[in-house]
Write a protein that binds this ligand. Structure first.
Ligand SMILES: Nc1ncnc2c1ncn2[C@@H]1O[C@H](COP(=O)(O)OP(=O)(O)OP(=O)(O)O)[C@@H](O)[C@H]1O
Ligand SMILES: [Mg+2]
Length: 296
C-alpha cells in the first residue's frame, strides 16, 4: 500500500513551483483530483484549430474525455503526458487519421479556420494536405528522394511543369534542412538515408504541399541527439510559417520547442499553459506530479 498523503487541489499547493524541495512521493490513481475543466489557458484569440467537447472512443472504450483546446496560428503546442493518456489519439483526430481505425469514433466539434473537419462533404485527402502529419518512425515511400517529396504536389496537382516540381522539391528540402546533404543524390532511394535524414525527408514531404498545420507524433524518438537537435531547430524555423502540434515524451524538448504545453492524463486534458509556466509553476497538481517524475 502506498502511504503517500492525499494531495488536494488547492490553489496554494498548485502554485508551488516544482523546484521547491518537496518529498518525492509517487501518486496513485485514487489520490487524483481531476479538475472539472482544463485549468490554465486552453483557448486563444487567434485560433487556427478549435476543438470543443472532443471525445474519442475505441469501440466502447473511451480514450479522450471532453477536450476543449485551441491551437493558435503560428503556434508550437506540445502535447505531453504519461504513456497511454491519449496524446496520439487526440493528435490523430486533428486530421482524421483515426478514420483509418475501424473501431475508432470521434465526437465533438473540431474546426480548422472555422470549418468543421468532420463534415461528411469534406475531402479528407485535401484535409490531410492542409493538416500534415509526421510520425514517430520515419516512413519514406519506397521511391527516390525526389519522388518522395514530389508525391504530394503531383497528387494535388500543385505543379504543372517539371520546372515547377523541381522548385517545390528543392524548396521543401531546403526548408527541411536536407538539401545540401541530398542534392547530388535526388534520384537515389529515400530509404537509403540515415534515420535523421529520413525524418527530415518526411518533413520535406509533408511541407511540400504547403500545409497550414503540421502534426508531429514523437518525431525524434528514433533519432540520436544530433539529429534531434536538427529537427528541433527546424521546428523553430517552421513555426514562422506553420502551426505545429508536437507530441513528445521529452520534457526538455517540449520546453525547447513549444510556446504552450498541454498536459493530458488518462484521456483528460488537465492543464494548458505557456510552456515556461508549465515547467516552472504549473497550475495543477497532476501536471506538477508528472513533470517532477511522480507519475508515468
Ligand atoms: N487502435 C487502437 N485500438 C484500441 N485502443 C487503442 C488504439 N490506439 C490506442 N488505443 C488506446 O487508447 C488509449 C490512448 O492511447 P494513445 O496511443 O493515444 O496514447 P499515447 O498518450 O499516445 O501513449 P504513448 O505515449 O505510449 O504513445 C490507450 O488506452 C490505448 O490503449
Ligand atoms: Mg502515442
Amino acid at each position: 500500500m502506498e502511504t503517500a498523503p492525499k494531495i488536494n487541489n488547492t490553489a496554494q499547493q498548485a502554485s508551488t513551483p516544482p523546484h521547491v524541495a518537496k518529498e518525492k512521493v509517487k501518486m496513485t490513481e485514487n489520490q487524483i483530483d481531476y479538475p472539472d475543466k482544463t485549468v490554465g489557458l486552453p483557448l486563444v484569440d487567434d485560433a487556427k484549430m478549435s476543438m470543443r467537447d472532443v471525445c474519442v472512443y475505441y469501440a466502447d472504450k473511451q480514450a479522450i474525455y471532453d477536450v476543449n483546446l485551441d491551437v493558435g496560428k503560428n503556434e508550437v503546442i506540445a502535447l505531453i503526458g504519461p504513456s497511454g493518456c491519449g496524446k496520439s489519439t487526440f493528435l490523430r483526430s486533428l486530421n482524421r487519421m483515426n478514420d483509418t481505425i475501424d473501431i475508432c469514433r470521434v465526437q465533438g466539434s473540431l474546426k480548422l479556420e472555422g470549418e468543421d473537419i468532420y463534415d461528411p462533404k469534406l475531402d479528407v485527402v485535401e484535409l490531410r494536405a492542409r493538416v500534415g502529419m509526421v510520425f514517430q518512425k520515419p516512413n519514406p515511400f519506397p521511391k527516390s528522394i525526389y519522388d518522395n517529396v514530389a508525391y504530394g504536389p503531383r497528387l494535388h496537382g500543385l505543379a504543372n511543369k517539371r520546372y515547377d516540381l523541381d522548385e517545390i522539391v528543392e524548396t521543401s528540402l531546403r526548408k527541411a534542412g536536407l538539401w545540401n546533404e541530398v542534392k547530388d543524390r535526388l534520384h537515389q532511394p529515400g530509404t537509403g538515408l540515415s534515420g535523421g535524414q529520413q525524418q527530415r525527408l518526411c518533413i520535406a514531404r509533408t511541407i511540400a504541399v504547403s500545409p497550414e498545420v503540421v502534426l508531429m507524433d514523437e518525431p525524434c524518438s528514433a533519432l540520436d541527439p544530433i539529429a534531434t537537435a536538427k529537427i528541433e531547430e527546424l521546428i523553430d524555423e517552421l513555426s514562422s510559417q506553420y502551426t505545429i502540434a508536437i507530441v513528445t515524451h521529452s520534457m526538455q524538448q517540449a520546453a525547447r520547442v513549444s510556446h504552450r504545453t498541454a498536459y493530458f492524463h488518462l484521456g483528460r486534458l488537465i492543464e494548458v499553459n505557456d510552456t515556461r509556466k508549465v515547467f516552472t509553476s504549473p497550475d495543477h497538481q497532476l501536471t506538477e506530479a508528472y513533470i517532477t517524475g511522480r507519475f508515468g
